[in-house]
Design a protein around this ligand. Structure first.
Ligand SMILES: Cc1cc2nc3c(=O)[nH]c(=O)nc-3n(C[C@H](O)[C@H](O)[C@H](O)COP(=O)(O)OP(=O)(O)OC[C@H]3O[C@@H](n4cnc5c(N)ncnc54)[C@H](O)[C@@H]3O)c2cc1C
Length: 435
């Protein structure tokens, strides 16, 4: 942590959002639309987070009508595409190359001050309140101050360095979901090349064998990497492409540079083997080739910042509704990729009933002047396995952005903000909160 005055203050804002993934973009745009002078700080050279730098799609997960999710989905071309609904609910395939410019323009058109290639490395604290972030720039280390911050870094890095408590992984052994390198293959025969969402899909090859069994058998023969027991093949925007969610590596600590580098090496090395498997065993994929892959590995789970309240197992399993709701009817299966082996931790992704996310799960304990958004909010390991998908993260981002702008306007910290003010703003925008 740093103290005030240690570094030059480069700029001062009402709201600073750290992390330009979909949660951060939605937070920054929502804050700026409330009239707050807002900055969005991103360590890489593009916005979009896992969607763009991780090559991760389709956008999964649903929330109630009227949120910023609807707007972003339309911007990314969902309305012109065939409406796809599978066992995963609504799926939005995305042209990642287009998304890179569309999302940047979306933030800029909404008067967000964008800082690309600007990693946040430290927190400036004053009496338990976060008042600035230290960023690495070409001119050296500089400080950006703000009335309110939103940690949308995925890893909850800002909250952690500011001293907020957090949990990692599942209860008992603390193991996290595995990391993956997502890649897209072209050259697929659109008529024959099937789509497979997971082990629960009962896709059969022409000779009647269950595809999932073919994957398992190839894994046992060593024709697929050690923990790759299912090769998921998602639709892309283009008929001859599939997005391949298959590579998997367990046990790396991606909160360290060593862990990230080792995981990248492991995962990049798995791509060839998976493509060879597809060409050899899966009809329609005989001529497939790698068209693109993530420019960074995909991290499903790290810190969950402990908040004033928590999204619980019961919330997602029983579809609980709450009076302090800020995201209503969040829905996605409890999708736990196995932290200790291949496939799913619970054999299949488990059902979930549309549930509410409460304001307090965005408000970290111990640190004032800070909200969280996206996959790092407060929740249990199982609940996180549902709300971590991009559709829900956008709804969380919108709520956080509006709350932060309100705090800046009222000169109060998020912990004391009356949630009814956030709900009023959301409802005025047409968001159904079920109230
Ligand atoms: C392999 C994999 C497959 C997935 N498949 C799907 C899927 O098919 N559909 C779906 O909807 N979801 C999927 N998910 C989940 C989803 O992609 C993520 O959980 C979601 O993108 C999280 O959004 P976010 O905005 O919270 O974080 P992210 O998208 O991770 O964005 C965080 C941003 O913060 C930036 N950042 C981090 N630290 C700093 C810092 N110190 N300074 C500045 N910037 C920083 C990062 O560079 C990044 O741009 C998948 C995830 C993985 C890993």
């Amino acid at each position: 942590m740093i103290s005030k005055g240690m570094f030059e203050v480069k700029n001062t804002y009402d709201v600073v959002v750290v992390g330009g993934g979909l949660a951060g973009i939605c937070a920054a745009v929502s804050s700026a639309r409330e009239g707050a002078k807002t900055a969005l700080i991103e360590r890489y050279g593009i916005l979009g987070g896992m969607l763009t730098s991780g090559n991760v799609y389709p956008i999964l997960g649903m929330v109630s009508e009227g949120t910023i999710y609807d707007e972003v989905a339309e911007l990314l071309g969902a309305d012109s595409a065939e409406k796809i609904v599978s066992g995963n609910g609504r799926e939005i395939p995305v042209d990642v190359e287009k998304a890179k410019s569309v999302l940047l323009k979306f933030a800029r058109d909404n008067q967000v001050d964008i800082w690309l290639q600007t990693p946040v490395v430290e927190a400036q604290m004053e009496d338990g309140r976060l008042t600035g972030v230290l960023v690495g720039t070409q001119e050296g280390l500089k400080c950006l101050e703000a009335k309110v911050f939103i940690d949308a870094s995925g890893d909850g890095q800002l909250a952690a360095i500011a001293g907020a408590p957090y949990e990692i992984g599942r209860a008992g052994d603390g193991k996290c979901q595995p990391v993956s390198m997502i890649f897209t293959v072209g050259g697929v025969d659109p008529e024959i090349g099937q789509v497979v969402n997971g082990r629960s899909d009962k896709m059969r090859l022409p000779d009647g064998t269950l595809y999932a069994d073919v994957c398992e058998a190839a894994n046992q023969r060593g024709e697929l990497p050690p923990n790759v027991t299912i090769v998921r093949l998602h639709r892309s925007c283009y008929p001859d492409e599939r997005n391949v969610n298959a590579s998997q590596a367990n046990g790396y600590n991606t909160l360290t540079a060593d862990g990230v580098t080792a995981a990248e090496l492991d995962l990049k090395g798995q791509i060839d083997q998976i493509v060879t498997f597809l060409r050899k065993y899966v009809p329609g994929y005989e001529k497939c080739y790698v068209k693109s892959s993530g420019s960074t590995l995909g991290v499903r789970e790290t810190r969950r910042i402990t908040g004033e309240c928590t999204v619980t197992d019961e919330d997602v399993e029983q579809g609980r509704k709450h009076p302090d709701v800020v995201v209503h009817n969040a829905w996605f299966k409890i999708d736990i990729h196995n932290p200790a082996g291949g496939g799913q931790a619970e054999k299949y992704a488990q059902p979930c009933i549309p549930y509410d996310i409460r304001y307090g799960s965005l408000v970290p304990l111990k640190v004032d002047g800070l909200l969280t958004a996206g996959r790092c909010i407060s929740g249990t390991h199982r609940a996180h396995a549902s709300y971590r998908v991009m559709g829900i993260c956008m709804g969380i981002g919108q709520a956080a952005g509006i709350a932060a702008a309100l705090c800046a306007e009222k000169n109060c910290v998020p912990r004391v903000l009356d949630v009814r003010e956030v709900q009023k703003k959301l409802t005025q925008k047409g968001v159904d909160l079920g109230l």
